[in-house]
Design a protein around this ligand. Structure first.
Ligand SMILES: Cc1cc2nc3c(=O)[nH]c(=O)nc-3n(C[C@H](O)[C@H](O)[C@H](O)COP(=O)(O)O)c2cc1C
Ligand code: SF4
Length: 416
């Protein structure tokens, strides 16, 4: 019997923002920003998600500054991009949806070539050898001092203010997967012995400072959401107990909602996706650094992990039991039955990545009762396509002509 999904289509308030239903398009690093230009292709991607029924679509990721990028062709929350980002949010609003900017600084998780980064050593919670920098020949990272931390707080605040000016309805601060704030949260990266290192309460001190200042600056107008990794998904990393304490710290700081992800880009990519990246890539990524990066990831991800639906539900339930704040479930939602299970477990909202990359109209199909199961196979090929000329797309849905047209749109500014 088909699942009764009516409760999933009830509105829900996240901070000052009312979502029209409980469905969020998760961040899926779309690319589509050649030389940082926010393109028509990116705007169309998010318009289509809103037209397909999601309440909120997440633009990923928007760097706080040029130095905050992981790759060259990435969106930056800078004044030059306001008109194009405004065109993107206008498109989402025209379909009745809301738009969220995932706001991130890469820290040492950057593959920018030497000439693109102002500093020779990328910033992080702790200094020393930078394994991520092997590809870009940045072999050491710099432990941030207090002045650099204060400047970084200001950078996040300015970026979020700019997001508001661009018409975004929400910002998602990324504290997971190994980016800068995650480098403070995670035991794998934070080896400090001062007030910002040690137990999880101390590792959360700087990320919470960023969150509090962002809430002060834009929290009355924008939903301020935090995405984080409940576990780092690898030995020696954060455990589910840490994940629970992180949620408590976010709740105490007044975050409007937390998105409960998992894993780290470098150490445990299968922890993010609940399955390994494809070992045989039908369409090898054209970007050399991504190709090399994927090979490196394979070294840390040598035991193949097979996908199962709702792969993060058990850990997420541990967090649910510990806090009252709104929580967004993410990870392997593929069917209307999954939606019911997520709501039954007490999560107010749910985010979906791959199922909506495969078909952005799935939410409307669920609403209308014309589909139950997504046809996404969780093959993870889209993960390898982020920086292809056509940008993130489902390999099952995109033929050569469509890829060509997408690549063309990705070269035109969104407001052009
Ligand atoms: C192509 C692709 C790119 C992604 N890029 C990001 C990103 O930029 N930021 C982020 O927080 N998560 C990113 N993710 C992870 C998703 O947001 C989500 O956590 C993960 O895919 C699990 O959800 P799903 O099972 O619904 O796909 C990406 C996922 C995919 C498939
Ligand atoms: S390429 Fe398509 S089928 Fe494969 S995981 Fe991505 S969206 Fe799903």
């Amino acid at each position: 019997m088909a699942e009764d999904l009516s409760r999933a289509f009830e509105p829900f308030k996240v901070g000052p923002l009312t979502l029209r239903n409980r469905f969020i398009k998760a961040a899926t690093n779309e690319g589509m920003c050649k030389k940082g230009i926010v393109s028509k292709g990116l705007a169309e991607h998010h318009r289509a998600v809103a037209a397909g029924g999601a309440a909120l679509t997440t633009v990923a990721y928007c760097a706080t500054s040029m130095d905050g990028r992981t790759f060259v062709d990435q969106a930056v929350l800078s004044r030059e991009n306001v008109a194009d980002l405004r065109a993107l949010t206008d498109g989402v609003h025209s379909e009745g949806g809301a738009a969220c900017a995932q706001v991130t600084h890469a820290g040492c998780f950057t593959f920018l070539p030497q000439e693109e980064l102002a500093t020779s050593r990328p910033l992080s919670a702790s200094g020393g050898f930078n394994k991520v920098g092997i590809l870009s020949r940045r072999f050491t990272k710099k432990r941030m001092n207090r002045d650099e931390m204060s400047a970084m707080v200001d950078e996040f605040v300015s970026a979020c203010r700019l997001a508001k000016e661009c018409g975004f309805d929400a910002v998602e601060l990324h504290m997971g997967h190994g980016y800068l704030l995650s480098q403070f949260v995670s035991r794998l990266y934070n080896h400090r012995r001062d007030a910002y290192g040690g137990k999880i309460e101390k590792r959360m001190k700087f990320p919470v400072e960023v969150l509090s200042r962002v809430l002060d600056a834009v929290g009355k107008d924008l939903a301020v959401v935090v995405k984080y990794s409940v576990t780092d998904g690898t030995r020696g990393g954060n455990t589910v107990e840490d994940g629970v304490e992180i949620a408590r710290a976010l709740e105490a700081a007044g975050a409007h909602m937390a998105v409960l992800s998992n894993g780290m880009n470098v150490e445990s990519v299968s922890g993010i996706f609940g399955s390994s990246l494809p070992s045989e890539v039908r369409k090898p990524p054209e970007n050399f650094i991504i190709r090399l990066g994927m090979r490196m990831q394979k070294i840390t991800d040598f035991v193949p992990v097979e996908f199962s639906e709702l792969y993060l539900l058990e850990n997420s339930k541990r967090v649910r039991a510990a806090v009252d704040m709104p929580l967004c479930y993410i990870g392997g939602i593929q069917s209307s039955a999954n939606v019911g299970a997520v709501l039954d477990a007490g999560f107010e909202t749910m985010a979906m990545g791959r199922a909506l990359v495969h078909d952005p109209s799935l939410i409307n199909q669920w609403r209308d009762g014309t589909a139950e199961q997504s046809k996404c196979t969780a093959c993870n090929h889209c993960v390898t396509m982020m920086y292809a000329p056509a940008g993130t797309a489902c390999i099952l849905q995109q033929d050569e002509a469509a890829a060509k047209e997408a690549a063309r749109l990705n070269l035109i500014p969104a407001s052009g």
